[in-house]
Design a binder for this molecule. Structure first.
Ligand code: ATP
Length: 570
């Protein structure tokens, strides 16, 4: 981890890191020099040497050097820490962009946001608060100890007599603390992701307030986090107290041994006094060690979570992407299984969709219709077989190339907190206002937009401005018009819009799909009778393919039974 973190920092960041260590070393050395000078001054002034003003000036100069080096080192350490956080955050975002879209349906958004915010911020601890101080402290301690050993080695040995035991205790205690810190971090990430789910699902939660299912999960997660962090905090407090006690036994040893040596005349009272004062300075880094180590554990834990994003597998992209010739689609013996699933969602599926035709995918819930369209958009790559657009394998076209060929109109339309115009121009970033308006007119949403307070410049979400379900769907049709891709994937509208909106949507969609290759995930059989091809899925397999008339003519066919049931209901 340490090696990788240093590799992530820029050379300017690394320079600031070294500068911070130099600054803190200077700061600590000057602090010790001031203490020693004070002791010498007291002895000297008591002996009436008359150097009082000289000592006062020397102390004032040292104080100035100490303050300046402290401020400088502090600034350098924070800048080095920010450099690291900035670089890691950029790395995470770069990788997030490369991840297949399928990753986002699997992974929880709250968790990703928690990693980008809290875990990446935690990495600043490691550089700013841990390594710079620790490196400087270790350097100063070694220098101090060498000096004191030369000054009076018996007292110096007494000063460090319990230190190895204290450090050994700390190492063991922190090994014990590691799973507690990990549990706290994981519970925090879990709680954050549930909060996001909770806020996003608020309308549903309110509508089904009887069930309280998510309420209970949120409360459980809060409790789990409180319990985990409480346990970790108790353990920290106990570790700190015991560690401090073992270490301070050295101080008792120095005082007792030193007093005996003064009594027997082995050392002078001044040497003894110097040792007591310097011991306090010597122990300071070791007192801080516990906190440093805890920070280190936090960082290791955060780094582990960051790598779950930065090392998530990405789809391989072609060095020289090929451009499809035409908009016909071919599925050849496609098999695909989701990462955590036992059975494949699609098995040996083969299908040909000629350019400019409409194909409806039908079948019971969970049959594999959405998976088939997701694979076409390269949200994931197939496990075996291949999918081709215009005769070229999707893996040779590359993710960007594939998505450029396809417009998607889904039931759940995501709108960004931006202007209506920018929401439409997602399909074509450099679109002019005229092009945006033409697309909106074609999608029969122009009049609705003009009725909004600022027309196309109205921001979604501002002053409570929103769009109805039907309007949102037509806005997504406008996006598709603007994108003008040769293939359209359409999730057929279910009954969640009113008849007027549904009729408008149907007209807009008919206009959009004319002349394009269209795949419709069909929920109503009576809307797809005129499709050029109907593909029936069941348990991940394509079991029937044909026109409505052909499929109805199949004796005991699956589609025929579905159709008869549907007719019966009508
Ligand atoms: N992200 C996912 N991770 C794991 N399994 C999934 C995922 N998405 C779908 N599945 C599973 O894959 C199978 C096919 O699902 P798919 O969504 O393709 O069916 P569908 O025919 O579109 O269903 P529906 O009409 O209800 O949308 C189902 O068993 C489903 O549980």
């Amino acid at each position: 981890m340490i090696h990788q973190i240093f590799g992530t920092m820029t050379s300017a960041g690394r320079k600031m890191f070294v500068a911070a260590i130099v600054g803190f070393t200077l700061y600590s050395m000057v602090s010790i020099a001031m203490v020693l000078l004070t002791v010498v001054a007291i002895v000297d002034v008591i002996n009436d040497s008359g150097h009082l003003w000289m000592y006062a000036i020397a102390l004032a100069i040292l104080l100035l050097v100490k303050t300046t080096s402290g401020i400088w080192a502090d600034k350098q350490k924070h800048c080095a820490g920010f450099d690291l956080v900035f670089q890691i955050r950029k790395q995470v975002i770069r990788h997030l962009k490369k991840l297949p879209l399928g990753y986002y349906t699997q992974s929880r958004l709250g968790e990703i946001s928690e990693i980008i915010h809290r875990d990446v911020d935690n990495m600043e601890l490691i550089v700013a608060h841990l390594w710079t101080r620790l490196s400087a402290d270790i350097l100063v301690s070694v220098l101090l100890l060498s000096g004191l050993l030369m000054y009076s080695w018996p007292l110096a040995l007494l000063m460090i007599c319990t230190l190895p035991l204290a450090v050994l205790y700390l190492v063991l205690a922190l090994k014990y603390a590691q799973p507690l810190e990990k549990a706290t971090g994981d519970a925090g990430a879990d709680m954050a992701s549930l909060f996001v789910e909770y806020v996003r699902g608020m309308p549903v939660i309110k509508a089904f307030s009887q069930s309280h299912a998510l309420d209970d999960r949120v409360h459980d997660s809060i409790e789990r986090f409180a319990q985990a962090s409480g346990k970790a905090a108790k353990n920290r407090a106990a570790t700190l107290a015991i560690y401090g006690w073992i270490m301070n036994l050295s101080l008792v040893a120095v005082i007792t041994g030193g007093l005996l040596m003064v009594l027997y005349g082995t050392v002078s009272a001044v040497v003894f006094l110097v040792f007591i004062v310097v011991s306090v300075e010597f122990y300071k880094p070791f007192v801080a060690l516990e906190g440093h180590w805890m920070n280190y554990l936090t960082c290791v834990d955060s780094y582990r979570r960051i790598t779950t994003v930065t090392q998530a597998p990405i789809l391989s992209e072609p060095k020289q992407p090929r451009i499809p010739q035409g908009a016909d689609i071919a599925y050849e013996h496609v098999t695909f299984r989701y990462a955590q699933a036992d059975a494949p969602a699609l098995t040996d599926a083969s299908l040909r969709i000629p350019t400019g035709t409409t194909t409806a995918l039908v079948g019971p819930s969970g049959a594999g219709k959405t998976t088939a369209t997701s694979l076409l958009m390269r949200f994931w790559d197939v496990d075996s077989g291949q999918i081709r657009i215009g005769g070229v394998d999707l893996r040779d076209i590359g993710s960007e190339g594939v998505l450029a060929q396809i417009s998607v109109v889904m039931q759940n339309v995501y709108l960004f907190a931006d202007t209506i115009a920018n929401n439409i121009s997602l399909g074509k970033k450099d679109a002019s206002r005229e092009e945006i308006m033409a697309a909106a007119k074609a999608a029969l949403i122009h009049d609705d937009i003009m009725a909004l307070p600022k027309g196309y410049n109205t921001r979604i979400g501002e002053n409570g401005v929103g769009l109805s379900g039907g309007q949102r769907q037509r806005l997504s049709v406008a996006r598709a018009f603007l994108k003008d891709a040769p293939i359209v994937v359409l999730d057929e509208i279910t009954a969640n819009v009113d008849p007027i909106n549904e009729a408008l949507m149907q007209r807009a969609v008919t206009e959009l799909t004319a002349g394009r290759t269209v795949i419709v995930i069909a929920h109503h059989l009576h809307t797809i009778q005129s499709a050029d091809q109907i593909v029936v899925f069941d348990a991940g397999r394509i079991i029937e393919t044909g026109t409505h008339t052909q499929l109805c003519a199949l004796p005991d066919g699956y589609y025929r039974r579905m159709w008869e049931q549907c007719e019966g209901l009508v």
